[in-house]
Design a protein around this ligand. Structure first.
Ligand code: AMP
Length: 397
């Protein structure tokens, strides 16, 4: 079990605290269109304010590729955080992130003040975990707090490199929550433990399938990746998504499931279309009976029932990846039914970020889930059983 020091284990009174947040929010014409990530960061920031720290926030935003790009400045985030916190979050605008403005702003801070640095990816070293920028960041602070789960699977200056040059590196509340829920689900689940995987590709979830087969009682596979399994079993899949390099892998995983006594549920029927479009002709066919010129776009109605039944009596459910092309309303039904089944079960339900998190929120089931992860890639690596560099870098208890 991961046992990392958190903001509850340190005294920050009068200390300069650098907090790595995940403020990678969608922007349109300089306006934040989804502020979930800002809201999720507030508990840690408020705790540090209440404890009398001098709080220096930092984050990346988008991919400026190592140079200042005004449209990817964190200035709008400072403005919105000021409103959300009800106190000024001073924006320290330095093109080199840690420059004269940031240094002067830190020098001028009183206990309980909050400032925000510029987009860490304005610096080319950030994503290479380079020493110079790691040292620059560390030079601003006495204590480092990592609360950015979304980038925990990457080793960058602002979440890993910096910890080499500070004495104290701990996790924030958001990070702690992710570690607790995902860690518990994977390593110490209440059973029956059901995992649901979907999305486009088998290849992006190879290690997840393999690792989860060692942990779960039931593994459900839907979405685009299920057609590789269907073809491997000799089915006709028409123009459906398929990765021919993974046919043998699919068979190996089916064998592994059988050997481990894991119930592996694959679609028994599919909604198919004669073009990759919401307005195409649609029909429902049995698995492995997709005619030429048609492609699998969603799971079918019988599959929806089987998948929903499987989560009814579960005690822990983890879900990552949509059941079909849910962005097209005519092929969102399978994903909606799975979301509904999760909303209705008494099990601990954990949504592994990305598309499934978006789907659950759009459908209005967000508050019915036990935990919705803030990191798509990071939660997938967690499910793979990998050690996340951003988590590993924090001090152990
Ligand atoms: P991923 O990023 O691997 O989780 O994949 C998510 C994407 O997979 C979404 O954009 C879905 O539209 C897409 N997807 C899911 N099912 C299918 C399918 N049957 N055919 C094509 N794309 C799909």
């Amino acid at each position: 079990m991961l046992n990392k020091k958190s903001v509850d284990d340190i005294n920050v009174k009068g200390k300069k605290v650098l907090v790595r947040c995940d403020f990678n929010v969608p922007l349109q014409d300089g306006k934040i269109t989804d502020e979930n990530r800002l809201v999720a960061a507030l508990p840690t920031i408020k705790k540090l304010i209440a404890d009398g720290g001098k709080i220096i926030l930092c984050s990346h935003l988008g991919k400026p590729k190592g140079e200042p790009k005004p449209e990817l400045s964190l200035a709008p985030v400072a403005k919105r955080l000021t409103e959300l916190l009800g106190q000024e979050v001073k924006f320290a605008a330095d093109p080199e992130v840690v420059g004269p403005n940031a240094k002067a702003a830190v020098e001028a801070m009183n206990d309980g003040d909050v400032i925000l640095l510029e987009n860490t990816r304005y610096r080319a070293e950030e994503t290479k975990n380079g020493e110079a920028f790691s040292k620059d960041l560390a030079s601003l602070c006495d204590v480092f707090v990592n609360d950015a789960f979304g980038t925990a699977h990457r080793a960058h200056c602002s979440n890993v490199g910096v910890t080499q040059f500070v004495d104290t590196a701990v996790v924030g509340y958001l990070m702690q929550k992710e570690i607790d829920f995902l860690g518990n689900a994977v390593n110490n689940p209440e059973r029956p433990f059901v995992a649901i995987l979907g999305g486009a590709k088998v290849s992006s979830k190879i290690s997840v399938i393999n690792n989860l087969l060692d942990k779960v009682d039931t593994l459900i596979i839907g979405g685009g990746m299920s057609y590789t399994f269907s073809k491997a079993m000799g089915g006709q899949i028409g123009n459906s998504l398929c990765e021919d390099d993974y046919l043998q892998y699919a068979l190996d995983m089916m064998k592994k499931a059988e050997e481990k006594g894991v119930k592996l549920l694959l679609p028994v029927d599919n909604r198919i279309g004669d073009a990759f479009s919401n307005d195409c002709n649609i029909q429902v066919v049995r698995k492995g009976e997709i005619p030429d010129g048609w492609e699998g776009m969603d799971i079918g109605p019988e599959t929806e029932k089987i998948f929903a039944d499987a989560v009814k009596d579960a005690k822990t459910v983890v879900w990552n990846g949509p059941m079909g092309c849910f962005e097209m309303p005519n092929f969102a039904h399978g994903t909606e039914e799975v979301a509904k089944a999760l909303a209705e079960t008494d099990a601990t339900t954990i949504i592994g970020g990305g598309d499934s998190a978006a789907a659950v929120n759009i459908l209005g089931y967000g508050d019915k889930m036990t935990h919705i992860s803030t990191g798509g890639g990071a939660s997938l690596e967690f499910l793979e059983g990998k050690e996340l560099p951003g988590v590993a870098a924090a001090n152990d208890k």
